[in-house]
Ligand binder design. Sequence first.
Ligand code: OAD
Length: 248
Amino acid sequence: MDFPADLIRLLSNAQSMAVLTGAGVSQESGLRTFRDSQTGLWAQYKPQDLASPEAFAREPKLVWDWYAWRREAIKGVRPNAGHYALVELEKRNSAFTLITQNVDGLHQMAGSRQILELHGNIQRVRCSNCGCLAESWDEQSQEVPRCVDCGGLLRPDVVWFGEPLPRSQLEQAVQAARSCGVFFSIGTSGVVHPAAALPYSAHNQGAVIVEINAECTQLTGKADYFLQGKSGEILPELVKKLADTASR
Ligand code: OAD
């Protein structure tokens, strides 16, 4: 891709960066994005109808099994070139915050350090009653496993529709968005709040907005730069271009 020269100049001199990622970043690792259709057994359900406290109260086993299926799908999945490029971008910037809506843990696996997980992590499981994290559970159980301390039903440690985001993570994300010089929105449809508001907060504080997405989104019209395509291709090219520019 031919990057605009002024974008490369801007990124080379940027003092601080915040990056918001969504499911599109993991698409090239083989994980389906949220708004893609589901497969097989799960094709009849919308994720929005399973990822909610109401669904869990109504049919805990159904919701538990869906997450067990997703945990299984993530096993063996590896970060892609886009995840690794973000690790490099972090190394180049002392003030760098990675904000992710993804629960797959691939940014950590790639080696990113400063990560705010706004929607939790699917590999963690906690008690729906007392909140304590479970160290182990029986994945083969016919029933939803229960907390060893209080007997409450276990659930994934992710944020469901209608639930608040982890407060400290959200506060840090808002702070990063408001104080950064450049804000990247990558592989997210930008329709789920409050994460979707972060680029606008950054824009209102004067940050340059760079969007990388396979398709246009609601943010595209506001973005200073829209790089259309796959993040697993564009990000490595961008990081290489920055490295080449720096070594000249
Ligand atoms: P979506 O599935 O809504 O959007 C994925 C975005 O990635 C779309 O805009 C695609 O165009 C784009 N995309 C797909 N493949 C790509 C690629 N290879 N490179 C770049 N872009 C690509 O996923 P999110 O925006 O992450 O929340 O969804 C946000 C939240 O909604 C999720 O965290 C989840 C969901 O409901 C909760 O569960 C609370």
